[in-house]
Design a protein around this ligand. Structure first.
Ligand code: NAD
Ligand code: WQD
Length: 337
């Protein structure tokens, strides 16, 4: 039996494929490569020395999904596939709702029709909104999202909860990621955005000489140095969290929510300085206007993941910076390098 990984060629998906293969799971990947390419999957094979099937398939393509279910014995799904750029989602809300929500509905219909009722879903800390106080705990009422991307995560969490309410045979695990950064220690897979919307990819593109300086979005937040504080988590720790989550999800039913973060907040300036120190590279930065929709603090309480899943993030900020840089300098143009 295999685990189906939707969006497995992407940043978090490819790292999770490595960890699942190394933990002894069989996997099958589907991706439409809208934000990735099959080269990442070829590199997963090189890193692990293991083979697995992958298909070019859109999660909105019901016939395509049925063909994959017919060809493979699938016992559970880890569902990463989705569009994730916050700014773009404000320009293209219909495309985001269609891709993320219609896509998830089609996937769930295909799962139900093929007798597969176990799913681990990539949700986001964004569902906590601005009303809650840090550290965010899973039991908090989810907040008001500030962009269509975040709203898709909130809605999909609700859809999955309703699916379980209607049919108690389902096993649903909602993973709320904080800020994934870093790369596999081999330097062979990592994050390859065409434009860096997030802080760490921006820092690493400055380091490699593709951008002049980091624009720090505001220094007047109510935080120790005035810049935004986030819970950066190494993508390999995050990927390992999926191995624990799938182990947990298989052989049970119900809905459970887990934060996957470190539980520690790091400011924008602290992250820039940590990257400089870890890699011995000067990172110029300048303070610019705050970015709309940003909040001062976002970090997790991860006690539940430790208690129930037996999972805890282990890699520190220095390691996150070193591994990001190894990937970036070996692959200055991502998988096209
Ligand atoms: P990513 O863009 O690297 O990976 C997503 C993958 O899904 C890509 O390979 C893309 O080609 C594929 N995809 C998108 N739409 C598809 C469709 N309709 N059919 C098939 N494949 C499709 O992003 P990521 O950072 O690896 O994120 C993975 C998941 O985690 C996403 O759902 C994202 O929203 C969520 N998430 C990411 C972060 C983050 O900061 N990276 C934080 C919280 C949650
Ligand atoms: C981090 C900090 C910025 C870029 C986003 C999504 C969230 C989740 C994770 C998917 C903030 C500051 C950033 C820059 C900066 N994704 N910053 N200059 O906004 O915490 O979370 O990714 O679910 O939904 O919103 O991450 O990396 O964009 O920003 O000063 O060029 O860095 O203001 O304080 P964010 P980020």
């Amino acid at each position: 039996m295999s685990i189906l990984i939707t969006g497995g060629a992407g940043y978090i998906g490819s790292h999770t494929c490595v960890e699942l293969l190394e933990a002894g799971y069989d996997i099958v990947v589907i991706d439409n490569y809208v934000n990735s390419c099959p080269e990442s999957l070829e590199r997963v094979k090189k890193i692990t020395g293991k083979d697995f099937p992958y298909y070019e398939c859109d999660i909105r393509d019901r016939d395509g999904l049925d063909k994959v279910f017919a060809a493979q014995k699938i016992e559970a799904v880890i569902h990463f596939a989705g569009l994730k750029a916050v700014g773009e989602s404000c320009q293209k809300p219909l495309e985001y709702y269609d891709n993320n929500i219609t896509g998830t509905l089609t996937l769930l219909e295909a799962m139900r029709a093929n007798g597969c009722k176990t799913i681990v879903f990539s949700s986001s800390a964004t569902v906590y909104g601005a009303e809650n106080q840090v550290p965010f705990v899973e039991t908090m009422k989810t907040g008001t999202t500030t962009n269509p991307y975040g709203t898709t995560k909130l809605y999909i969490e609700g859809i999955l909860q309703d699916v379980y309410k209607a049919d108690n045979d389902w096993s649903v695990v909602l993973l709320r990621y904080f800020n994934p950064v870093g790369a596999h220690e081999s330097g062979m897979i990592g994050e390859a955005p065409s434009f860096p919307n997030n802080l760490m990819p921006y820092i690493s593109q400055v380091a490699v000489g593709k951008r002049e300086c980091v624009n720090v979005f505001g220094d007047c937040y109510d935080t120790p140095d005035g810049t935004g504080v986030r819970d950066y988590i190494h993508v390999v720790d995050l990927a390992k969290g999926h191995v624990n989550a799938i182990q947990f999800a298989l052989g049970r039913t119900g809905v459970e929510i887990f934060n996957l973060g470190t539980g520690h907040g790091v400011s924008v300036i602290e992250l820039i300085k940590a990257f400089s120190e870890a890699n011995g590279i000067e990172i110029p930065y300048k303070i610019v206007e705050p970015r709309a929709g940003d909040i001062a603090y976002c970090y997790a309480n991860c006690d539940k993941a430790q208690r129930v899943l037996g999972w805890k993030a282990e890699r520190d900020i220095k390691k996150m910076c070193e591994d990001t840089w190894r990937w970036q300098k070996n692959n200055p143009n991502g998988y096209n390098s």
